[in-house]
Design a protein around this ligand. Structure first.
Ligand code: CMP
Length: 139
């Protein structure tokens, strides 16, 4: 089915000028960028976005990292976009990521792993709404 998913190009990637190379990976996989903006997240925004991880030991580190530099938030559209994006990203831990994936090529560590992508249709819808209005989605 035609789906939309939410993506973040994370601080470790924007800092190393990898935005274009990462977007090329999405587009080569057939994902279309229907919304995109560069933002510097506030602490409140990052804490809200990652609220499901609040009790995890790495939560503080995760929020500090996500607000350390600008990020690029995007909505990607395509056939099975959620699974396809997860495939293009590779495993969360770059040490476990498959050849040719974004995280294999660019990620530095499990925390500084270059990209975020929604894991299911419900979270995709919530995450898109967290950063974009309907008018900003241009298919
Ligand atoms: P993301 O998809 O953005 O969602 C939660 C993030 O937590 C995940 O990517 C990782 O970057 C991060 N994360 C997961 N495990 C750890 C860890 N052990 N230490 C630091 N960050 C982590």
């Amino acid at each position: 089915a035609l789906e939309r998913t939410f993506s973040i190009i994370k601080p470790d990637a924007t800092k190393r000028n990898l935005t274009g190379k990462i977007i090329a990976k999405f587009e080569e996989a057939g994902l279309r960028i229907v919304a995109s903006k560069r933002i510097h997240m506030s602490r409140e925004q990052a804490e809200g976005f990652y609220a499901v991880h609040k009790e995890r030991p790495f939560f503080g580190e995760l929020v500090d990292f996500m607000i350390s530099e600008p990020v690029v938030v995007q909505v990607l559209e395509g056939e099975n976009a959620i699974a396809k994006n997860r495939e293009v990203m590779g495993a969360t831990n770059p040490a476990e990521a498959a050849e040719g994936t974004i995280r294999k090529e660019f990620a530095l560590s499990i925390g500084e792993n270059s990209v975020h992508g929604s894991d299911a249709p419900e979270t995709a819808a919530e995450e898109i709404k967290y950063f974009f209005s309907d008018a900003e989605l241009v298919g």
